[in-house]
Each structure stands twice: as structure tokens, then as C-alpha cells.
Design a protein around this ligand. Structure first.
Ligand code: UT7
Length: 335
């Protein structure tokens, strides 16, 4: 009797805008220093969009790279999962725009998700469940984020604006035999009581009319964050969820060959690895060069780690993320 399919990662792709914004550049705009930013976050520079970059076209470029590397065409995909916080249109979601741009000849479904920094981990879990159910065979996941145009790029907004970058990451997953290397498990969580600890409130359905132009000084058009609360919860929850996913698969941190963690803060990731007693060589960072690109951080970092030969086929890998919502989760896989 045929066994049910499992899911493997076929390829990845990424895109970051060409415009490099260094900490020194930010020193000229706001009261901050390269030293403060590097010490507190590990970030040296980030990419911010040029006039031609949008959530859609960054996502399309990352998706095309993933398709090319897998020698696949758009029509080989039977579902799109798209995530991005700031979209080209308020509606429809960017997933259908990506479907149009990639030139699908059949009306494949496009699902838009909004799970912030945990978006990629949520999307992998969803794609794996769909593939295991037999409903879809090959799924394109894209996370594309434009933060810079929403930030308060001034001393007033410096606690957040120095941290975020723009960019996109993509992955293609497909059905495989259970004997092949595959996604083993996923764990997802959320805790909405902390929704306001990291939020961008406007434009909001609470406003009548929704775009209240008569309030030009309304600061809720900028993201705001309780940085210390997010920091502490990020460490606790990422450690917890790695223990949870390993424990229920009879593994320990020693069984992991590599960890791809969300790129929000180098100190967070160092503390997570320390608590799990995972050596720092078993991870890779892009945070220093790209900042926090929310849903795109894991596919971008994984893509780079694979190209550098740091992660190899057959290895046991964990993806782990924590972000606004709060939301967090992990995927455990044999790559
Ligand atoms: O993707 C998931 C979401 N994001 C995160 O996971 C981020 C979580 N939080 C963090 O990474 C850290 O909390 C931050 C990097 C945001 C801040 O680091 P911190 O060590 O918690 O600094 P702090 O908030 O305690 O700020 C210390 C000081 C404050 O000044 P006073 O009140 O001590 O005089 C801030 O006003 O640093 C000041 N400050 C800055 N100074 C220079 C805040 N931002 C800046 C800045 N440059 N950019």
C-alpha cells in the first residue's frame, strides 16, 4: 500500500534592494551611533527600497530565482503561499499579483498569510500539511517585506527604524517519498495578549474615514515596539519551541546539524543558542547586512547558508522564529 507523501525543500531564492544604508548613514539622519546599533543588535547595514522596488516585484525576483534553480516553470507549481506586512494593495493580497506576474496558465490558488516574523515557519507548516494530505504536490512560498517606507526615520523612531530592512525570500517545496530527506514536524504558537507590544496601528478599520488625513501628526502611522518585552519573550519562546519540537521527535539539541533562526537581534540568537548549548558554528546570520526583514529572514539566511555550503543535503535543521503578535514556531527537517 502506498504511504502518504512527505515534503522536501527543493530550492530557495532571495532578493534584496541595491540601496545599502549603513549605520553611518543613519548617524547623519538621527541621534544614533554605529557602535550603539552594532552592540545592541549586531546590525551593520540594511537594504532599503529604491523607487522601483515593491513588495510584489521583490517577491517575484526571489520566486523566479527559486524556480530557475529548481529548473521549474510557474506551471509546475500548484499553490502559492505569500506573506508580507506592507502590501502593494490593501486588497487584493499580493499572492494573486505574484501569480499574474509569474505567468501561470492555469488559475492556481494564491493564499496570503500575515504572521509577521514567524510567517515563513507558519507557511512551511501549512505547505507540509497540504502536501501530506495529497491535495497539492508543489508549493511556492514567498515572503516579501518593505519596511523602510513605514518607518519613522528620525531620532523619535530610532529604536525601531535602525533594526528593519527590506527584502524577499522564496522556497519551493514538493511531495517526496518518506525515505527521502523531508520536513519532519512543525510547531506553531501565538499569544495575542501581546499584540500591542509590536504593532503598526494605522491605517486602521477603527478610523472613520479609515485614512484620517485630518490627523497629519498621528504617530500611529509608524510601528511601535516594547523592545525589552519582545526581546525577553523572543529568547524564552524560541528556546521553548525548539525543546518542544525536538522532544516530541525524541531528539535533543545535540541531534541538530544546523539552526536557522529569525534575524531580529544577534544577542537574542546568541542567548538562544547558549541556552540550548548549540555551538555558534551551527548557525548562519544575515542580520549584520540585511537587518530584520521579518518573514524573509529565514529563507534569505537559509538560501545563503546553503550556497556557502554551511548547510548540506541530508542534515538535520531547525527553522525557528518569533515575532509580532506574538507569534512563534519551529520547523524540524532533514534537508
Ligand atoms: O522580529 C521580532 C521583533 N523584534 C525584536 O525581536 C527586537 C527585540 N528588542 C531588541 O532587539 C532590543 O530591545 C532593542 C535593540 C530594540 C533595544 O535594545 P535594548 O538593550 O533593550 O535598549 P533599550 O531599549 O534599553 O534602550 C537603551 C537606550 C535608551 O536610552 P535611555 O532611556 O537609556 O537614555 C534608548 O532611548 O538606548 C536608546 N536608544 C538608542 N540610542 C541610540 C534606543 N534606540 C537607539 C538608537 N541609537 N537607535
Amino acid at each position: 500500500m502506498a504511504t502518504s507523501p512527505r515534503t522536501r525543500i527543493v530550492s530557495t531564492g532571495m532578493y534584496v534592494p541595491s540601496r545599502v544604508v549603513t549605520n553611518k548613514d543613519l548617524e547623519k539622519i538621527m541621534d544614533t551611533t554605529d557602535e550603539w546599533i552594532q552592540q545592541r543588535s549586531g546590525i551593520k547595514e540594511r537594504r532599503w527600497v529604491t523607487d522601483t522596488d515593491t513588495t510584489l516585484n521583490m517577491g517575484v525576483t526571489a520566486a523566479r530565482q527559486a524556480l530557475d534553480r529548481a529548473k521549474l516553470k510557474a506551471d509546475d507549481i500548484d499553490l502559492i503561499i505569500f506573506g508580507g506586512l506592507v502590501t502593494d494593495y490593501v486588497f487584493p493580497g499580493t499572492g494573486v499579483l505574484l501569480q499574474r506576474e509569474l505567468g501561470f496558465s492555469s488559475p492556481v490558488p494564491a493564499l496570503d498569510i500575515r504572521n509577521q516574523c514567524s510567517g515563513f515557519v507558519y507557511a512551511i507548516s501549512l505547505a507540509d500539511a497540504w502536501i501530506r494530505s495529497g491535495q497539492y504536490k508543489r508549493i511556492l512560498i514567498v515572503g516579501s517585506e518593505v519596511h523602510s517606507t513605514s518607518l519613522d526615520i528620525s531620532t523619535r523612531g530610532r529604536d525601531i527604524s535602525v533594526l528593519f530592512g527590506d527584502g524577499a525570500g522564496a522556497a519551493i517545496v514538493e511531495a517526496c517519498d518518506e525515505k527521502s530527506a523531508h520536513i519532519i514536524d512543525s510547531v506553531l504558537h501565538s499569544e495575542g495578549k501581546y499584540a500591542e507590544a509590536l504593532t503598526l496601528a494605522k491605517p486602521s478599520s477603527n478610523d472613520h474615514p479609515r485614512l484620517a488625513l485630518e490627523k497629519p501628526n498621528d504617530l500611529s502611522i509608524y510601528p511601535k515596539m516594547d523592545g525589552k518585552l519582545v526581546f525577553k519573550n523572543a529568547i524564552t519562546r524560541m528556546v521553548e519551541v525548539i525543546h518542544e519540537i525536538l522532544g516530541r521527535n525524541n531528539m535533543t539539541p545535540k541531534d541538530l546539524d544546523f539552526v536557522i533562526a529569525h534575524q531580529a537581534n544577534m544577542r537574542i540568537n546568541q542567548m538562544v543558542l547558549n541556552q540550548l548549548e548549540i555551538p555558534f558554528e551551527k548557525t548562519h546570520h544575515t542580520l549584520d547586512r540585511y537587518g530584520n526583514t521579518t518573514m524573509a529572514t529565514i529563507p534569505i539566511t537559509f538560501d545563503e547558508a546553503v550556497l556557502l555550503g554551511k548547510v548540506k543535503r541530508g542534515q538535520t535543521v531547525v527553522f525557528v522564529a518569533f515575532g509580532a503578535g506574538f507569534t512563534w514556531g519551529a520547523n524540524l527537517l532533514k534537508f
